[in-house]
Design a protein around this ligand. Sequence first.
Ligand SMILES: [Zn+2]
Length: 508
Amino acid sequence: MTPNRLVILGAQVWDPEGDVHAPSRRDVLIEGTTIAAVLPPGDALTATWLAAQPAPEVLEATDRLLMPGFVNAHFHSYDGLMKGLLEDMPFDVWALHSQPAYFGKRSRAEIRARTLVGAIECLKHGITTVQDMNSLVPMDEETLDVTLAAFAEVGIRVVFSIALRDVAALDIAPFMAADLPESVRALVEGSPRDPHADLAFVERQIARLAPLPSRLHWALSPSGPQRSSATLLEGIVDMAQRHSLPVTTHVLETPAQRAKAQSLYTAHGGSMIRYMASLGLLGPGTTLAHGVWLDDEEIAMLAESGASVVHNPMSNLKLKSGVAPIRRMHDAGVNLALGCDNCSCGDCQSVFQAMKLFCTLAAVTDPSPAGLHATHAIEAGTLGGARALGLEHVVGAIKPGMRADLCLIDLTDIAWMPLNSVARQLVYSETGRGVETTIVDGVIVMRNRKLTTIDEDQFRAELADVMLGFRRDFAQVTQANAPAVAYLLEANRRVGNAPLGIDRFIRS
Ligand SMILES: [Zn+2]
């Protein structure tokens, strides 16, 4: 059977090695899941394709910009229903309200709905690959299968990882008052898990779901080194080697996490990065989410090891975690990716927001030109993300042989009028409003801003039904955990003011 053919005619096609302010017009030929050719207008091969039978689908793309689909390299689908429910909370207080362990088992309808909310918002913003670091609660095949089925149905590419942690405590737990009431201690310390059982679960799923469909990829995720025993981390390193899988984990997101690293890893100079290196957990296959509280020596180690960092500027700001030293990482040569993180701590799956903050936050620490330009933000949102997820030869660029993961942006939108620089207006002017068509694996999953893979009106009705129960349960969790909030805020204030060797806040 002949694979489907798609021809995109006459778009300005993003090419980081070409003119980034005025990309050339190209015709892009897609065969099945893959980009077959990128040609100047009028090429004979395009004419041959257009005349062939069966006729290919044609997208007339004059006045459109064709971008590689964006890569959202750090995301959690589990709190997709919590958009807009929380604000003005530092990280650990937010965690108390949002972590799936506090909510227990959810219905199939709710798991499907929460997954679709995040995935649809990604596709609407031209994100074609998303890394879902998913805390499966409970850790069972039903929860996993419903989640993966929702991603498959909507048609997005997913790098899926099951977040493992056998140390259940909130990061800030050791810094809480000694006279903490027992009931509050139980809330913040959680229950430890058996690392062998959880590693075996992940191993079984890798075997059970093989071979993977073409839009699904595995990664492995300890939730964070400080939330994992050495047994768990060593098990993940072993599994990553045996299956050639990338590892992505939260690292040094908050001041409490740096303080904890200093007290936990004394044998490694108080450095989480040195500790990770000692376990073989630092290398080109490793991606660190956040890295706000990395110091210069740790940044140099990352650069040397080839590890990547996913910058999540929106959630870092909303959760009061501080400003990540992105300029230093960039200068050191660390591969940078972008993430939009949870739906409840950035509240929007938009790489446009992340790209704009990537460039502009550099001014927080330095009034001089930073050398962080729109092109660097675009690289982080496309190829940098692909590299971080082990997909640099699969997605992130518009070249023959790459998967056809693409988005078309409407250059007649006011964000592009007048059109002075494609690179700069993509980062500083476009909000996502101009994303008109999204293509994943050669399939048009959004056309004229409407998804083709699911009925959005029907989904809205489904979601309204699910929210009746979810809002009730959210209120119950909030009420049950309320006694811990004041203690957490006090500990957060103390850790936030503790000398940590570096600072990621501007104190006034
Ligand atoms: Zn995260």
